[in-house]
Design a protein around this ligand. Structure first.
Ligand code: BTN
Length: 248
């Protein structure tokens, strides 16, 4: 059982907490070293996108993990992070979340948190930086995203307590990390918390291809199973998933 002991370093401003933590990891930082910044000037999202990170509007957090599990199970690290964020938001602010494959947290069908896991080579071996961005207020994202994004403040109608959410997140990450060597439990818990796991009509785009189908669960390594109209099962390992209304 992996034991995680987070140690948090705080910064007023950084280009990106993931980038700074990768630098520390390359200098030998230990598992559990974490970074929180009040703002990011070059926050990064999945698929080479920017992550808007104005001062005080979000929780911008990264943690260094050195998982002792087979490489083909590493995609489950983002699953365990999504489970931990879900716990933290529920425990610290009463926000109930859904998980959209692979690891977006939704509240009321709008995105409230994104997760960016990046594998890196370090002198102490392969490691992974898990970056978590939680929208605390509506200022976290540009107004044109208001129909697809939301924040803790909007979901609760109260000012968000960043420190309480952070403390709950550290506890939850430690709990879920200890289960990483039981992939079945992570996949089952993730599937139970995701309306996208089974029976959802979706479109999947990976930049080159666009598929439509109904979700049919996730593989033990985290790939999404998509049943197309012809009955074929496609395994999706990267891309964006969009919910489709049957009449669309
Ligand atoms: C996504 O595209 O949904 C993932 C967004 C991840 C953003 C977080 S904020 C903290 C960490 N530092 C970064 O530059 N990105 C991640």
């Amino acid at each position: 059982m992996a034991v995680l002991k987070p140690k948090v370093l705080r910064f007023e401003s950084l280009p990106s907490t993931n980038t700074e933590l990768a630098r520390l990891a390359s200098e030998g930082a230990a598992e559990g070293v974490s970074i929180v910044a009040d703002e990011q000037t070059a926050g990064r999202g999945r698929l080479q996108r920017a992550w808007s990170s104005p001062k005080g509007a979000g929780l911008y957090f990264s943690i260094l993990l050195r998982p002792a599990i087979p490489q083909n199970h590493w995609p489950l690290i983002t699953f365990m992070a999504a489970l931990a964020v879900g716990d933290a938001l529920r425990e610290a602010s009463g926000v109930q979340t859904d998980i959209k494959w692979p690891n977006d947290l939704l509240s009321g069908e709008r995105k409230i948190c994104g997760i960016l896991a990046e594998a890196i080579e370090t002198p102490a071996g392969r490691a992974v930086i898990v970056g978590i961005g939680i929208n605390l207020t509506q200022n976290a994202f540009p107004p044109e995203l208001a129909n697809v994004a939301t924040s803790v403040a909007t979901s609760t109608g109260r000012p968000p307590d960043r420190e309480r959410i952070l403390a709950a997140l550290l506890d939850a990450l430690s709990r879920w990390y200890s289960l990483l060597d039981e992939p079945g439990r992570i996949v089952d818990a993730w599937s139970n918390r995701s309306s996208y796991a089974i029976g959802k009509l979706v479109q999947v785009s990976n930049g080159d291809d666009l598929w439509q189908g109904t979700t049919a669960g996730v593989e033990p390594d985290g790939a999404l199973r998509l049943r197309t109209a012809s009955g074929e099962i496609k395994l999706v390992r990267a891309g964006d998933v969009y919910s489709v209304r049957p009449s669309d």
